[in-house]
Design a protein around this ligand. Sequence first.
Ligand SMILES: C[S@@+](CC[C@H](N)C(=O)[O-])C[C@H]1O[C@@H](n2cnc3c(N)ncnc32)[C@H](O)[C@@H]1O
Length: 230
Amino acid sequence: MQLRSIDPAPSYNSLFIDCGDDYSPIRVLNLYSGIGGNRQLWKNVEVTSVEYDKDIAEAYSARFPQDNLVVGDAVAYLEANANNFDFIWASPPCQSHGQYRHRVGVLAKGYAPLVPDMTNLYGVITFLKTYYDGLWVVENTVPYYEPLIPPTEVLGRHLVWSNFSIGQIETSASGIRDKNKISDYDDARFVMGTHIKNKRQVLRNQVSGETGKHVLDSAMKAMNERVWIK
Ligand SMILES: C[S@@+](CC[C@H](N)C(=O)[O-])C[C@H]1O[C@@H](n2cnc3c(N)ncnc32)[C@H](O)[C@@H]1O
């Protein structure tokens, strides 16, 4: 890994980050957006989100009507558009990697094991490392196997791969294990009345707003300092 400074000067203006003055906002690509847990506390950025489930996308759009929303495949969108963005967040699906399905589903209840979905996780990390010039982060669950690419950080129940440094953050406990009904979630209103099939899973999949903000703040700090890891 090497430290890389930005040359020529980037299109974003560091004053934007500190003062909110009048210039182009940071362009954020939010891949595998779900209903946007990670995006809740992002302010003063222009967000394009990609989600392939139409019902989940509709719920996202109702929650964040100001965002551009693409209903489609995150990998195809990334390949075609990566360098139109200053910062990319990707939260690929975690079910086939996570300890929960492995331990409770496969080992305890005899569910059929799944081949882990490597393309949406390690394929996306490798693409970003190799072909993308901006700042990026990929978030996933702690897997039941040793990660094929070592993560940059462990943030609570998330592994994070990134090309800038992200410090630790104190977050309130998610209490996810105690939430059995949809109404146990504070954000339940965003899925109630929608056609989303597994509402509880969509709520459970959310990254906390605090974590999303902490990661974006860390990216902005790296932009301001014009240094990140490549
Ligand atoms: C882990 S969840 C995202 C959680 C989200 N970051 C949040 O904080 O709320 C993953 C989402 O990716 C969507 N998804 C899965 N495969 C996809 C693909 N190939 N392209 C776009 N979206 C996909 C799923 O429908 C699901 O909503």
